[in-house]
Design a protein around this ligand. Structure first.
Ligand SMILES: CC(C)(COP(=O)(O)OP(=O)(O)OC[C@H]1O[C@@H](n2cnc3c(N)ncnc32)[C@H](O)[C@@H]1OP(=O)(O)O)[C@@H](O)C(=O)NCCC(=O)NCCS
Length: 156
């Protein structure tokens, strides 16, 4: 899909606020741009925006969705998972991913947070390591196309 283009307001600070079901369409669009191989079906996005025990935050530049994060607290595992984190290509490399991650961690009510990431996703792996995540395992052929996942974890 062609990346959505935004007006030249991208150097304005973004606002990080809670997301909800009204964001379904824009989040689905951004997901497809950021995860061309792994984007979620619409139903999964609706579920993530409505189910309990989820932290959902969005980064807004005015009315434009610049990024989002979904944190999924699983009480039976005593762990939260970063279910998704994405920043629109026009808004990358200015700290929005790190800010979304930090704010999500602050709202997560679990002693530990985990995530999985494609082993080739250097930008994301650097972001997670810089923010205190360590690699704890590898899930072979986890992703579409057969790529391995790194599983990373951080104690909160
Ligand atoms: C991974 C992802 C969320 C990172 O988002 P981001 O907003 O670019 O992240 P940040 O800006 O916090 O950090 C990215 C880089 O910008 C740098 N940076 C942050 N603020 C900066 C600033 N003000 N000026 C210059 N560089 C800056 C960071 O140091 C970092 O550099 P590095 O990659 O060399 O270590 C984004 O690339 C993305 O959406 N990718 C596609 C989806 C994806 O892979 N999600 C993760 C799935 S597990």
């Amino acid at each position: 899909m062609k990346a959505q283009s935004f007006p030249l307001t991208k150097l304005q600070p973004v606002e990080i606020v809670p997301a909800n079901w009204r964001d379904t369409f824009s989040l689905h669009q951004l997901e497809k741009i950021c995860f061309p191989l792994d984007s979620w079906p619409l139903f999964d996005i609706i579920a993530a925006l409505t189910f309990p025990n989820m932290v959902r935050l969005k980064a807004l530049d005015g009315d434009h969705l610049a990024g989002f994060i979904l944190g999924d607290y699983r009480p039976f595992e005593n762990t939260a998972w970063i279910a998704s984190l994405a920043v629109h290509p026009d808004y990358r490399n200015r700290g929005i991913g790190a800010e979304l991650l930090e704010k999500c961690e602050k709202q997560i009510k679990a002693p530990r947070v985990s995530l999985s990431v494609r082993i080739s996703n250097d930008a994301a792996i650097r972001l997670y390591k810089r923010n205190g995540y360590r690699v704890v395992s590898n899930w072979p052929k986890y992703y579409n196309g057969g790529e391995d996942a790194l599983v990373m974890e951080k104690d909160l």
